[in-house]
Design a protein around this ligand. Sequence first.
Ligand code: FE2
Length: 379
Amino acid sequence: MFQANLSQDGAIVTLSDGGDTARFHAIWLRDNAWDEQTRAPGNGQRLIALRDIDAKVHITEARMAGGQLHLLFAPEGRSIAYDPAWLMENSYDGKDQRASGWLADGAEAWDASLMGNVPTGDFNAVQSDPSARAAWLAQIARYGFAKLQNGPIEDGALFRVVDLFGHVRKTNYGDKFEVRTEVNPTNLAYTGLGLQAHTDNPYRDPVPTVQVLYCLESSAAGGENMVVDGFAAAQRLREENLDWFDVLSRHCARFEYVSDGVRLQSRRPMIELDPDGALRAVRFNNRSAAAITDVPFDEMATYYAAYRRLGEIIDDPGMEVSFRLEPGESFLVDNTRVLHARKGYSGAGTRWFQGCYADMDGIRSTLAALRAPQEEAAQ
Ligand code: FE2
């Protein structure tokens, strides 16, 4: 049972359902009306601009009737009905300033303890069963990565993974790239070297937000794939030393990739925050780090101490989850969050992976659409 109260000046409506209470400004309420003059029936697109709402908008009457909240707006002189449950779901009252480094709703930081429970889906189930697909995508939204098993073993199979949620992001490397390694005793020393965990292509702006790596051959022992939660690493750095977290988030690093006819350069922080302090992205890649020239002289020593410590946290085995991929298996990372690497080899053989890029918005969109099939049908 909802109750509504109007402030004397008509500027604020307080809505209560007996438990929760939330305040709403008249301007917000008018802007977020769902009547047919404000929102298009069907797709719900807003038909008015803010300039169409009087800057002195206020409410002269607020009353509950027939389960709806009826507000009379002045100087417009029109009464508009609201669904009070929608208003409570979209309440902004009580959203206080949060500390920097918080994770978006639905995301969960992890470390090596996730090893026994690696997020995984079955290719055929994810392809044919919407609930299995939603469950797989939800794991990616939550942890920033997931494996997929039992896929086809054929050239280009990774595109069928991308088809599950979105579109390939083509780059100067093409629509896919090959990772082929012959591991034999003469080159073992070279190929046996593991790579430091990194995010891919930080020199692109915008960065590709998804990377897919698909295994087609894997006969060499070792060469496991490993992932590290960059957001967990950033939060750990913040707990250890707030100044170090701040210096990496307040100043831009630079990344660069130069090849024939290609000169990709970006200027972005290693730890990127939203304006409200939410973790937005981590960029970490020793191979493509360019000279850092945007840090004030007096902060450069602190910056390097912070950069070194972030690398140590990323290298800490307590942060990593590793798994071996067999032919037909793949994994996908949120490249704005989760770092990946390949471990060294311990024996001879071959290894053939294919990789490609795609984007997280496709994952979030497909997941949201699968979770709201009735809304989807109404479009
Ligand atoms: Fe990579």
